[in-house]
Every structure is written in C-alpha cells, then in structure tokens.
Design a binder for this molecule. Structure first.
Ligand SMILES: [Zn+2]
Length: 145
C-alpha cells in the first residue's frame, strides 16, 4: 500500500481574477525533496507570474474595501487623503498616515480629518456650517478646517 503523501493546497487569484485551488504533493517534483521547499518554490513561481493569494473573507463575504483616494494631499504631512463614510453616514476624508489601534482605542499618526467627499467638498461643507453657525467641537479644535 502506498503511503499517503504530504500535500499543500494553494488558494489564489489569477491575473484574470479567477479563484483557483492548486494542490501539490510531496514528490510531485523530483528535484524537490521535502514539501516545504516545494511550497517555497511554487510560492516564488506564483509571485513571479503575478498571482495573488486568495483572501478569505469572514462573516458575509464582503471584500475588504480598497482605500478610495480623493487625489488631495494632506496639508499636515503631504500624505494622500482617502474618502470614507462614518457609521452615521457622514462623508469624511482621512490621511493615509493616520492609524487607529483597536486594542487601546487610540489613534496615532496624522490626525488630519476633513468632513466631506474631498477637500473641496469639505470646504463647501464648512462654509455651510459656518453659515448656519454650528461649529462642531472638532472644527473648534481645528481652526484650519
Ligand atoms: Zn496627514
């Protein structure tokens, strides 16, 4: 009876966007003795070809959203600004250099925030707020915006 061979399965996305499974077994390639170096060789090859590892998504299968850069540059540190929508549905732009630590619930890095779809929109929004004389606490702390 033949011994069951060790195998490794790669789950990846091809250049065309197809998700494929690719299983290799120990001994598939004669020159490669053990599975680990076989995996390393295959991994290197896939990387060279440009295949991307398939990212497993949990709980609903929504792909992680790519950052939506607005094309604006952060006035504080020249980082790229990206647009996001807050839980309350407000448009907001953050600097790519801002970090949020979910364990300590503190943010670090660049603290620049603009309330709008982009810097231009944020100025329009601010003008509206100024007109209605409702200045948020954030606005009061950040006179530049
Ligand atoms: Zn910044």
């Amino acid at each position: 009876m033949e011994e069951p061979k060790n195998s490794a399965t790669f789950s990846m996305t091809t250049l065309g966007g197809f998700n494929v499974l690719f299983t290799i077994r120990e001994g598939d390639i004669k020159a490669t003795k053990d599975l680990v170096s076989l995996v390393v060789a295959v991994d290197k090859h896939f990387t060279e070809v440009g295949f991307k590892p398939q990212v497993k998504s949990f709980g609903g299968g929504f792909p992680k959203k790519e950052k939506e850069y607005t094309g604006d540059i952060c006035p504080k540190d020249s980082g790229r600004l990206y647009h996001m929508v807050t839980k309350t549905g407000k448009d907001m732009c953050k600097c790519e250099n801002s970090k949020y630590d979910f364990t300590t619930k503190t943010s670090s890095g660049c603290d620049f925030i603009a309330w709008g779809k982009n810097l231009e929109d944020a100025k329009v929004q601010k003008a509206k707020w100024n007109a209605s004389k409702t200045v948020t606490a954030f606005e009061a702390d950040n006179p530049n915006f």
